[in-house]
Structure formats: C-alpha cells, structure tokens
Design a protein around this ligand. Structure first.
Ligand code: FES
Ligand code: FES
Length: 155
C-alpha cells in the first residue's frame, strides 16, 4: 500500500514514504526530477525551492509525508509556463547565472515574485529574493532579470 498520494507536475504519484523521506529526495531520488538542487539541506540556501499547492517551499526540510494530497511543481513542470519562459530568457540576457546551481530555486522564487508583486521595484525584489543564496554572487543580474520581466508584463 502506498503511504502517500500526491500530484507532481500534474501527474498522480503514489509512493511509500518512510517518515524521514524529504520532498527533495522524493523528487530527485525516486522520481529523477533533478532540476531541484540540494545545497545546504537545512532550509537556508533556497536551491531546493519547489511549489507546493502553488506556494514556494524548501523541499529539503519538507517531509514527503507532509505533502500527502498536495500538488507539487518542480522546475520541470514549469517548462512551458509563460512567466518561466520570460524569466529564463531574461536570466540569459542579464547574465543572471554562472555555475547555475542556485538557478532552479531562483527561478521558482522569481516566478512567485513576478506573479505576486507586479509593482515590485528592485529593492523589493532584492528583499523577496533574500532567502535564495548564490555562491557565484550573481545577485545583480538576477535582480535585473526579474525586474525586466515585471516591467515587460506591466507593458
Ligand atoms: Fe534546501 Fe538549501 S538545500 S534550503
Ligand atoms: Fe552559481 Fe548561483 S550561479 S550558485
């Protein structure tokens, strides 16, 4: 008998989930959705950010069992999302990534900022993104890219 039933990127998933299995390990190890990266594994860096019922969540400190009945979206599930497409292009234009390790979490969080705060200025974007760390210190390009998408959506 599966322990948990959830939807991942729109697909119904049934899995056995020991109590300590994290959502990040469920995605990466069981479902091979490796766009979700693991950095600190203690809820600090934001590299593992995914959406759970539409809300950004750190999957390294969310137990899989706690996601029973919920809808999870990883970066793979947002491939054709129009905001994500705009963000990917803007990240490229603004050189918003170097090694790319932080980028999946940055993109998930950036999409949330774009949709939730259509009037955000660079200072607000910086505040909203402050929970996502980049080891390559590419913050300026990241903020510029997100701001560019917000401005373009404002028309
Ligand atoms: Fe989850 Fe760093 S790996 S917050
Ligand atoms: Fe290397 Fe952010 S681009 S950690």
């Amino acid at each position: 008998m599966p322990d948990i039933r959830l939807s991942v990127n729109g697909e119904a998933i049934e899995e056995s989930a020991e109590a300590r299995l994290t959502l990040a390990d469920l995605l990466r190890e069981r479902l091979h959705l490796t766009a979700t990266h693991l950095g600190c594994e203690q809820g600090v860096c934001g590299a593992c950010t995914v959406l759970v019922d539409g809300v950004p969540v750190r999957s390294c400190i969310r137990f899989a069992a706690a996601c029973d009945g919920q809808a999870v979206q990883s970066l793979e599930g947002l491939e054709h999302d129009p905001v994500m497409e705009a963000l990917r292009a803007a990240f490229t234009r603004h050189h918003a990534l170097q090694c790319g390790y932080c980028t999946p979490g940055m993109l998930i969080m950036a999409r949330d900022v774009v949709l939730r705060l259509p009037d955000a200025d660079p200072a607000r974007i910086r505040l909203e993104m402050s929970g996502n760390l980049c080891r390559c210190t590419g913050y300026l390009g990241i903020i510029e890219a997100i701001h560019a998408v917000i401005l373009a959506r404002r028309g």
